[in-house]
Write a protein that binds this ligand. Structure first.
Ligand code: NAD
Ligand code: IPM
Ligand code: MN
Length: 361
């Protein structure tokens, strides 16, 4: 039994504040369930590192991180100090692309005790997965600028869809839909306006659907899909989208369940050729950084996804159970301000940690 090697990268802002509670909850789960986890923390992929060394990552980052089973990541970005495109393309987006983490898996679930901003919705009404393409699409490095500084200034950034890239994310989403009781897949498109790549996406969905006759498939243009997220969130089971559409939907979905502060994500390389990366959906939140009030649930739930990824089902269930128990209790002194409480990262993080330690093996 070799320990699972986890690279810990807190990053910037509230990433550094929620990460300690993420690690403590994983350690608690390891203790309760007898798992061997080893953690090594890195200071790169942060704007502090950039200020010191002029780059987001050291030259040997890829060999270093490739030696780990998984990466546990906080958040990166301090736009007042380093432009976001520099900090993000220099770190997180590099990890996703170079480690071929082509699935970005993001649950969207209304939990008991969390106030839903949508009228009349109760736990169970919102429970779906967003499967986001994570290596190509609108996030492409193909493009450029010409005639800079003149009135003919022109900027171009191409959307890239490859057959391999589209098919592999669709296959993952169809497999996921097939494994769930409702067996329903919704595809995000915009083939009425984006007339080359999006009709291609739709055609690949139709082709893939032939192999899954038991999965009910529908598709919506992204504009009305955002409206359905708000007005009919109970209609979704698995939602698959391109990189940009998936990005937008995965802030909107969690916001519809109360707060983006609870949302986790798995950046997954299903082949296992490279480590997968687990992180909250939210960013470094410079507006609340340094105050100790960030919601740690997204970070902790990302740790739960890590455990699930490696098949530690009991431990994963205990972590999610602990999150659910503490949130359902709804103690205003414990829960954070984004959920209407007066608590802190510490009060909420420690409450969840205690529940994990109290879980039955
Ligand atoms: P953000 O997610 O950091 O914050 C958006 C809003 O949500 C803010 O008002 C913030 O206070 C609040 N919020 C976010 N997480 C919260 C939490 N855990 N608890 C309570 N409130 C929370 O998004 P942004 O403001 O667009 O971006 C800030 C920086 O983070 C930028 O540099 C951006 O590029 C970066 N970013 C990084 C990631 C990542 O590392 N994965 C993701 C998104 C944004
Ligand atoms: C996310 C973030 C990133 C993305 C940014 C920070 C580049 O918003 O993980 O959702 O767009 O993928
Ligand atoms: Mn996002």
């Amino acid at each position: 039994n070799k320990p699972l090697k986890i690279a810990v990268i807190p990053g910037d802002g509230i990433g550094t504040e929620v990460m300690p509670y993420g690690v403590r909850c994983l350690e608690a789960a390891a203790k309760t369930f007898g798992l061997e986890l080893s953690f090594q923390t890195f200071d790169f992929a942060s704007c502090d590192f950039y200020d010191r060394l002029g780059d987001m990552l050291p030259p040997d980052w890829k060999e270093t991180l490739a030696g780990f089973d998984a990466i546990y990541f906080g958040a990166v970005g301090m736009p007042d100090r380093v432009p976001d495109d520099v900090s993000l393309w220099g770190s997180l987006l590099k990890f996703r692309r170079e480690f071929d983490q082509y699935i970005n898996l993001r649950p969207c679930r209304l939990l008991a005790g969390v106030k839903c901003p949508l009228a009349g919705r109760k736990p169970g009404d919102i429970d779906f997965w967003i499967v986001r393409e994570n290596t190509e699409g609108e996030y492409s490095s193909i493009g450029g600028k010409i005639f800079e500084g003149t009135d003919r200034e022109t900027v171009v950034q191409e959307t890239v869809m490859t057959r391999t890239g589209v098919d592999r994310v669709l296959k993952y989403a169809f497999d996921l839909a097939q494994s769930r009781p409702r067996r329903k897949l919704t595809s995000a498109t915009k083939s009425n306006g984006i007339s080359i790549t999006m009709p291609y996406w739709d055609a690949r969905v139709r082709e893939m659907a032939k192999g899954y006759p038991d999965v009910a498939v529908d598709k919506y243009h992204i504009d009305i899909l955002t409206a359905h997220f708000v007005q009919r969130p109970d209609m979704f089971d698995v939602v698959v989208g391109s990189n940009l559409f998936g990005d937008i939907l995965s802030d909107l979905g969690p916001a519809c369940t109360g707060t983006i502060g609870i949302a986790p994500s798995g950046n997954i390389n299903p082949t296992g050729a490279f480590p997968s990366l687990f992180e909250p959906v939210h960013g470094s939140a410079p507006d609340i950084a340094g105050k100790g009030v960030a919601n740690p649930v997204g970070m902790i739930w990302a740790g739960q996804m890590l455990l699930q990824h490696f098949g530690f089902q009991d431990a994963a269930d205990a972590v999610l159970g602990a999150i659910e128990t503490v949130l359902a209790r709804g103690d205003a002194a414990v829960i954070t301000a984004d959920m209407g409480g007066k608590g802190t990262t510490k009060s909420l993080g420690e409450a969840i940690e205690s529940e994990i330690l109290a879980a039955k093996k």
